[in-house]
Structures are given as C-alpha cells and as structure tokens.
Design a protein around this ligand. Structure first.
Ligand code: BGP
Length: 479
C-alpha cells in the first residue's frame, strides 16, 4: 500500500470570494465591480448584467452575507472547525475603486489588514485570489475590459500594491479565478465575469476571447515575477476550473474529440505552468488569420515566469462525443459536443457528480505539469431545509465531500500526487455565482437569508460542521 500520506501541514480550510459574501459594496470607498451590476436570476432565468446599478433591480452581491461587518464572528467559527487556511479574494474595487487610479484606497487596504490579522490570530493562513469575477466596472466601460492591453498595467499595479502591503501576512496567492472558464466564449456571463467583455454586435467572440485571455496570461506571469521579487517565499498559483472531459464511448473519434476538448479547456494551464502556447493552438490561431496582438516580449514573459502551483476547482466531469462528420481539427464546442454520462448522477443543477473524476484530475495535472496541486474549490450546492430542531441535517453534503476526499487521498497515497491542501467551496453560505441566489448553498455554516434578500443573517452550524471538524482534526483519517 502507498507510503505517501497527506502532508502533516496539509492546508485544510474553506473557500469564498469577496463579492459573494462581503457586502458593503459602497463602504470604505469601494468602487463598483462587475459583480455589483449583476442581478439575481430566478426560475431558470439567468442573471442579468445591467449597464449600471438600476434602482428597481435586486443586486444580491450588494449586501451578500455582510461578512464585511461580521467577519470576526465568521473567522471564529472557521477556527472552531480547525481551519488551517482560508481562501478568499481581495476585491480589486476596494483597493482601486475605478481600476485606473495611480494611488490605492487606504480604507480598502486597511480592511484586508484587519481581516488577515483576524485569521492569523487563530493560525489560519490566508490564501488569496487576486481576481475572482469582480474587476472594476469602470475598466469595462472605459477600456472595454481585457480586450485592451492597458489592463495588464492596471492589474499588475493592483497586484504589486497588495503583494507589498501583505508581504508578511499572506504567502499563498492565485492570479485569476477559473481563468479557463472563458473557453465557453458564447456565454455572456462567463465573458463578463472573467474578462469584463460586453460583447458587441458582429464581434468575433472567439477571437476576442483569445486576445483577452492572452493579456490576462501576460498579466498573470508579470504578477508572478513581481510577487517573487517582493517576497521570494510567496507561492503564486494558477486557478483552473477543472472539468474532466471523457470520451462518451471507446470509438477512437470520441477519444480524439475528448483529447482535443481537454487541450482546449486546459491550454490556459499549459501556458501558466509550462510557459508556452501548445502547438495545436498556435496552428489553430494562425489558421484563423486573426492577427492577435501577441508580441515576442509577451512570449518571453510567459516563458520566464511560470506559476508555483496549480490551484483548481472541481465539481463535476462531463462526457463528449464526436459529430457524425467530424472536421479534422476536432474543434471543441462546449455546448454542442457534450453528452450525458449514464454512469454518474447529477445534482439539481445538472452538475454530474463524479468523485473518481477528482482522482483522475489530480493525476492528469501531475502527469502534465509536475507541480504541486491545490484543490481550492469542491462542494455540493443544495437547497437546505431546516429540520424540526432548527438545524440543517445535510448528510448529502457530507456524503459528497467524503467521497471526494477519499479519492483525493487515493491520488496522494497510491499515485504520489503532491497536494498542498483542500478548501471546499462556500464554507459559509453565500451568494451563488451562477444563479445569484442564496438558495444554492454549500456551507458548513447556515446563513439565514432567502432569495429575496429577507432574513436575519444569523449564522448556525449544519451537521457537516462537526463532521468537517473531525476530518481536519484527524488530518483526513476519520471520514
Ligand atoms: C466556481 C466559482 C465560484 C463559485 C462556484 C460555485 O465557478 O469560482 O465563485 O460560486 O463555482 O458555483 P455556483 O455559485 O454557481 O454554484
């Protein structure tokens, strides 16, 4: 049996993002982010991205769960669970309200000083995402978001300011949350939250995505370089949305399709970890005659400043199928090429539950990049009901997490994967990114608030709270 074990300093914790829990959207000099102009979706209607903040609309991110004021109480609960780390993001708009200022906003910097001090008081390491779906909306209105090269300077200025300020408080960083989600370039929501792209009529969305993604990758590499200059002990990672794409059958054409689908979804990680664009993509881009703005200097930066580790989210896998007459390039289209996988069950939101896919993903990353890995999101979104005793009995959540932790341990113990930590998503209930609602919950801690924004915001422990406490205390032995 495997000689490997989870590291003794394994980073057990939980993950959130500023805009999904802080609230205080106009406090402490904060500017308007893209998350602040997104309404809640309802009854299958997706979230709307409005032109600005419109008076008659409900914006759930504005108050969220009021972590901005209540964080001491919440961090105390995380400490009680035994968290070794806490993953959150720094809201870019607290530091640079518009995004293009020369000088940062001191009140915003102070807020995160206080928050990190509160974590460190309990020995909880902050794990920080620089950009988690919450860029300044001014950069969208004024510059067109990441289609503009100027964004590289704005982002790296922001990164430099926070790296310097928190050089002795934060060691673990990630640049862009789920940078590869924009592979789905037909999804206006993904394009907005990832890259601040409001698509214009007649625009070639795919080309715009490749251009914006390139600027983000250069900005990410520059941030890695700046961070290491400020503190060589920093560990700065990528953050990839990992959804393994399986061939629907053993038909070699499906297998080829799945391979190209994996290449298409994960080339972002290739660039961040290997330092260069994969060949198939260079050929594909050249064939389109897009004339992308990719300079030799950019390529040198990508090559030189690769990430220290791969952080990734894992919720589900998918299966893909070749078309009856598949073109030779096996071009992958997220919408058209996916098919149901009869071997796995789905959540209420159609997310296919596949614990073994996590072991597969860990091995896939290990084989391809040989870098430490960090599972920075995993979890089960569900509508929780309080029982007669006023407590949420979320055995379904425990079952989901347990099954995934078992597979994670196999990847470490049997396969030798180098894993830094595990931070389940939404460790306290928060606003769902996809739906904008409260009712899709992930937390160990229940927050009293509904989809209309009503509730006391009181916190209470679900059954999963004590379960996760036990998991951490035993370093994953007692599941
Ligand atoms: C990831 C995001 C998170 C988060 C999570 C769950 O894509 O990084 O911000 O919200 O998914 O998604 P949802 O909230 O839509 O259930």
């Amino acid at each position: 049996m495997g000689v490997h074990k989870l590291r003794p300093d394994f980073l057990w914790g939980g993950a959130v993002a500023a805009h999904q829990l802080e609230g205080g959207w106009q406090e402490g000099g904060k500017g308007v982010s893209v998350a602040d102009i997104m309404t809640a979706g309802a009854n299958g209607v997706p979230r709307q991205i409005t032109a600005g903040v419109e008076a008659d609309k409900y914006y759930p991110n504005h108050e969220a769960i009021d972590f901005y004021h209540r964080y001491p109480q919440d961090i105390k609960l995380f400490a009680e669970m035994g968290f070794k780390c806490f993953r959150t993001s720094i809201a870019w708009t607290r530091i640079f309200p518009q995004g293009d200022e020369e000088q940062p906003n001191e009140a915003g910097l102070q807020f995160y000083d206080d928050l990190f001090d509160e974590c460190l008081k309990y020995g909880i390491e902050p794990v920080i995402t620089l950009s988690h779906f919450e860029m300044p909306n001014h950069l969208v209105d004024e510059y067109g978001g990441w289609r503009n090269r100027k964004l590289i300077d704005f982002f790296t200025r922001f990164a430099e300011v926070v790296f310097k300020r928190y050089r002795n408080k934060v060691k673990y960083w990630m640049t862009f949350n789920e940078i590869n989600n924009q592979t789905d370039y037909r999804d206006p929501f993904a394009m907005m939250v990832n890259s601040g792209l409001r698509l214009q009529d007649g625009e070639n969305m795919e080309k715009t995505m490749y251009q914006a993604a390139h600027y983000e990758l250069v900005a990410s590499a520059k941030a890695v370089q700046i961070g290491h200059q400020i503190n060589p002990d920093f560990e700065i990672g990528a953050m990839i949305a990992m959804v393994p794409l399986y061939p629907a059958t053993a038909n070699p054409r499906d297998v080829m399709k799945a391979q190209r689908a994996m290449q298409t979804r994960y080339w972002f990680a290739d660039v961040q970890a290997n330092g260069f664009y994969p060949k198939w993509l260079q050929i594909y881009q050249a064939d389109q005659e897009w004339q992308l703005d990719i300079t030799p200097e950019d390529l040198a930066i990508l090559q030189q400043d690769t990430v220290d580790y791969i952080g990734f989210s894992y919720y589900m896998s998918r299966a893909v199928q070749a078309k009856p007459s598949e073109p030779a390039d096996y071009h992958y289209d997220e919408d058209q090429d996916s098919t149901a996988n009869p071997y796995v069950k789905s959540s209420e939101w159609g997310w296919q539950i596949d614990p073994e896919g996590l072991r597969y993903a860990l091995n896939w990353f290990e084989d391809r990049y040989h870098k430490p890995l960090f599972i920075v999101e995993n979890g089960f979104g569900a509508v929780d009901q309080k029982g007669a005793d006023g407590t949420v009995h979320d055995q379904y959540r425990i079952d989901y997490l347990k099954a995934h932790i078992e597979q994670m341990k196999l990847a470490v113990e049997e396969d030798g994967v180098d894993l830094m930590g595990y931070t389940p998503w939404g460790c306290i209930d928060l606003v769902s990114a996809g739906t904008g609602q409260m009712s899709k919950r992930y937390g160990f801690i229940y927050v009293d608030k509904d989809d209309q924004g009503q509730g006391t915001l009181a916190r209470s422990k679900k059954d999963s709270f004590a379960w996760y406490q036990k998991v951490i205390a035993s370093n994953g032995e007692d599941l």
